[in-house]
Design a protein around this ligand. Structure first.
Ligand SMILES: [Zn+2]
Length: 236
């Protein structure tokens, strides 16, 4: 279902000239691509490496997170697209991710009942350096699909941390411990906590703990892609 939908969106093929694959960077004739907006595309070989997770399933998550939803596995083209979005300000890639997420969310109508969408915050220093928070842009896409508001005020990062991806799994938990603070009250609210990638879960777990401290009733995790392997049926 999801793949069919995405193919439909990506299939306005334009003939003639050449284009660059957003994932592998190869320049190919446009007819070999699935094009987006007539200017960028993903080649058929990279498209094949996009691994969509099973619809109607969730992933086990750590700490107070009830479960994790994630449309993509973090490897192949998904890894390339998310890296370009995160580190090279490639917003076209962000659009692609949000297109995939919006289709995915059609299978989870129960999320409309949630109260807020909270993205994992960056430190002020990192935000100034990068100019945007990729998780916030993903959260905005989710908000458009679910009509649930995005909240970027409640959860803040109180200290800068070493980039999680640069650390071995064992050190990641320590790196983000106590890095987040939640302000105000979320009395009985249900929260969708958003990050771009879920790997060890340390970041989201620490964010969720902070939200529980100000009385959030339930936290569901959402990441564009995940490395978690343990898939479980969605029991709602
Ligand atoms: Zn490619």
């Amino acid at each position: 279902m999801i793949v069919m939908g995405i193919s439909k969106i990506l299939s306005s093929i334009i003939f003639g000239g050449s284009a660059v694959c957003i994932s592998c960077g190869r320049k190919l004739r446009r007819e070999r691509f699935s094009m987006i907006d007539g200017s960028v595309g993903i080649c058929s070989e990279c498209f094949k490496t996009l691994k969509f997770t099973k619809r109607g399933s969730s992933f086990a998550a750590d700490g107070p997170i009830t479960y994790l939803l994630s449309p993509l596995e973090y490897n192949g083209a998904a890894e390339n697209i998310l890296r370009a979005f995160k580190f090279r300000s490639d917003f076209k890639n962000g659009d692609i991710i949000n297109t995939i997420i919006k289709e995915f969310l059609e299978g989870y109508p129960q999320l409309h009942a949630f109260d807020r969408i909270i993205p994992v915050p960056l430190s002020e220093e990192r935000l100034n350096e990068r100019g945007y928070n990729q998780s916030e842009l993903i959260a905005i896409g989710i908000s458009e699909a679910l009509s649930v508001p995005v909240d970027t005020d409640t959860l803040i990062r109180i200290r800068n941390t070493v980039r999680q991806s640069s650390l071995p799994a064992m050190e990641r938990a320590e790196n983000v411990k106590g890095a987040f603070l939640a302000q105000g009250k979320l009395s009985g609210e249900r929260i969708i906590l958003v990050d771009d990638i879920y790997t060890t879960g340390s970041t989201m777990k620490n964010c969720a703990k902070a939200l529980i401290e100000i009385d959030a009733a339930e936290i569901v995790g959402f990441s564009a892609a995940t490395k978690i392997r343990k898939e479980s049926p969605l029991l709602i």
